[in-house]
Write a protein that binds this ligand. Structure first.
Ligand code: HEC
Ligand code: HEC
Ligand code: HEC
Ligand code: HEC
Length: 153
């Protein structure tokens, strides 16, 4: 094969790569950072410091499925699947009460952000600890284990 033909082939391969990736669009290559400092902007005033969340560890080491945490409900069923756009929790859970949130109506509680985080994070941790205390004895279930930093930044 001539050098020229190789060059032409290389150029074609490169260009089709460019075309394919631009066709794919930017939206579907959304990456989560390995570690997320959760401090939702829904609250302009935080009573607690940010929560350090090891996103990558939860997915790779602890082997938690994406859809244990990410969802889009349609008719009561989670229709979100890996590769779909991920919205921030507060985009849907936009009910901001952080005091007496359990006194809200059931519908409001579903969209309360503090309850969403606590049910998801603390809920799973408590369940695992209950199921297998020997294995999960150290999993964070108390305030200070997640809210390790003092108020604000
Ligand atoms: C398993 C982890 C976890 C545990 C345990 C936990 N939280 Fe949270 N909590 C979170 C996360 C994540 C958020 C969202 C943080 C943010 O956006 O600032 C949050 C948010 C909050 C908020 C609203 C945001 C703010 O700064 O005011 C309050 C209040 C709160 N938690 C109090 C508590 C208290 C009190 C306890 C113990 C009874 C507790 N949490 C236990 C993970 C946890
Ligand atoms: C244990 C819970 C959990 C698991 C498992 C999990 N995530 Fe996340 N993910 C989160 C939380 C919490 C955030 C931050 C959301 C926020 O800031 O409101 C996040 C953020 C993201 C973001 C960034 C969204 C942004 O802010 O732009 C992407 C992308 C993402 N996750 C994709 C995934 C994929 C893909 C998987 C599976 C391979 C996965 N996640 C598994 C909890 C989880
Ligand atoms: C696209 C909108 C949307 C996003 C984004 C979203 N939620 Fe939800 N979530 C809902 C709705 C709606 C419900 C109530 C479903 C029902 O009717 O039972 C819900 C229910 C929940 C529940 C209770 C039931 C369950 O599925 O465990 C928890 C906990 C929860 N969300 C946490 C989170 C967390 C944490 C995030 C971010 C990682 C998040 N949600 C992102 C819309 C959303
Ligand atoms: C479906 C289950 C599940 C959910 C949901 C979950 N976790 Fe975890 N988490 C785990 C497991 C499993 C471990 C590892 C425990 C061990 O090995 O001791 C862990 C460990 C942790 C640790 C301590 C070790 C580390 O990696 O930092 C923190 C902090 C933590 N999780 C915070 C969170 C926060 C914040 C959320 C919500 C945004 C969350 N987790 C949601 C299962 C879960």
């Amino acid at each position: 094969m001539g050098k020229r033909l190789l060059t032409v082939l290389a150029v074609i391969a490169f260009l089709s790569g460019v075309v394919l990736s631009s066709l794919g669009g930017a939206a579907d290559k959304q990456e989560a950072p390995a570690t997320i400092e959760i401090q939702a902007k829904l609250w302009s005033e935080h009573t607690k410091g940010p929560v350090k969340f090891e996103h990558k560890k939860h997915q790779d080491e602890y082997k938690i499925k994406c859809d244990s945490c990410h969802h889009v409900y349609k008719d009561g069923k989670n229709t979100w699947k890996e590769g779909d756009k991920v919205q921030k929790c507060m985009e849907c859970h936009n009910e901001p009460t952080i005091k007496g949130e359990k006194k809200l109506s059931k519908d409001k509680q579903k969209l309360n952000l503090k309850l969403a985080f606590h049910e998801n994070c603390q809920g799973c941790h408590k369940d695992l600890k209950k199921k297998d205390k020997a294995k999960y004895g150290k999993i964070p279930t108390t305030c200070i284990k997640c809210h390790t930093k003092s108020k604000k930044k």
